[in-house]
Write a protein that binds this ligand. Structure first.
Ligand code: HPA
Length: 285
């Protein structure tokens, strides 16, 4: 189900936001599952429910509260997505990634993406933060790709390279920020599945064989579209549970576990993000 969204539509959404916000955001921030509380730290916030923004997808899920929060965080003007659109909710990949292109048209050139993920790497513990060095867009590789359809040349090329999606200097900056505040930071490869099922043990073993360290149901579509548009991208996964690879294990991932672990992680993720933004602020001036 590809839904074509035109440049004019992205521009209308961006113009609508520009006309209503007191801020000109420089950095986009996607707050993943369980992490949306971080938006409360944004000062002088202008808040825009997705349902009010032109061309934003209508929520198909009861109780799905999502909004853009634009304001100041650690010396940077950010546009945060409090809640994102997931493919498993029934949105097309074009809808899932619509906010990224709207951010681009708002003048945002840097995107920080967070997510909740299952740890595939046996060395990872619940509560770890992982810098995304690279990704496997498994859903995209099966043909469910946000860039399928007419290419919008105003955003980027028909056949974009994806070997440098996660901007090298931003990864260095994140490692420096983690060191500044004494936080361990894992590094690895994130793989995106469609969900909503958690993985079977055989699937977990397969994903490990692919070379993935963390698995989740978001991110790679968004970061691919951001990179296509020439944006700089940083990804941070929060390891909220361990993927279960053993047949008949009674250990069982659940959404409750993901949300609970996400809540426990928030102070550390917040510390890292604030330090990172502070460092980033000096580059944006
Ligand atoms: N699998 C897929 N998505 C997830 C997981 C997981 O184990 N944890 C959080 N999001």
């Amino acid at each position: 189900m590809e839904i074509h969204i035109s440049t004019a539509q992205y521009d209308e959404a961006a113009a609508w936001l520009r006309g209503r916000s007191r801020h000109a955001p420089k950095v986009g921030l996607i707050l993943g599952s369980g992490l949306s509380g971080l938006a409360a730290l944004i000062a002088d916030a202008d808040e825009f429910p997705y349902a009010e923004i032109p061309h934003f997808p209508l929520s198909t899920v009861a109780g799905h509260a999502g909004r853009l929060v634009i304001g100041e965080l650690a010396g940077v003007t950010v546009c945060a997505m409090q809640g994102r659109f997931h493919f498993y909710e029934g949105y097309s990949m074009q809808q899932v990634t619509l906010p990224i292109r709207v951010m681009k048209r708002l003048g945002i050139e840097t995107l920080i993406v967070t997510n909740a993920a299952g740890g595939l790497n046996p060395e990872f513990q619940v509560g770890d933060l992982m810098l995304v060095e690279d990704h496997i867009n498994l859903v995209g590789m099966t043909g469910v790709h946000p860039l399928i359809g007419p290419n919008l040349d105003e955003f980027g090329p028909r056949f974009p390279a994806t070997n440098r999606v996660y901007t090298p200097w931003l990864r260095t900056l994140a490692m420096q920020a983690a060191a500044d505040v004494g936080l361990p930071l894992q590094r690895g490869v994130y793989i995106q599945l469609s969900g909503p099922t958690f993985e079977s043990p055989a699937e977990v073993r397969m994903l490990r064989g692919f070379g993935a360290d963390a698995v989740g149901m978001s991110t790679t579509a968004e970061t691919t579209v951001a990179h296509h548009a020439g944006m700089q991208v940083l990804g941070i996964s929060t390891i909220t549970n361990r993927a279960v690879s053993v047949l008949d294990s009674t250990e069982q991932p659940s959404h409750e576990e993901v949300i609970e672990a996400g809540a426990a992680l928030i102070p550390r993720l917040t510390t890292l993000l604030l330090q990172l933004l502070q460092r980033l602020a000096t580059h944006l001036k």
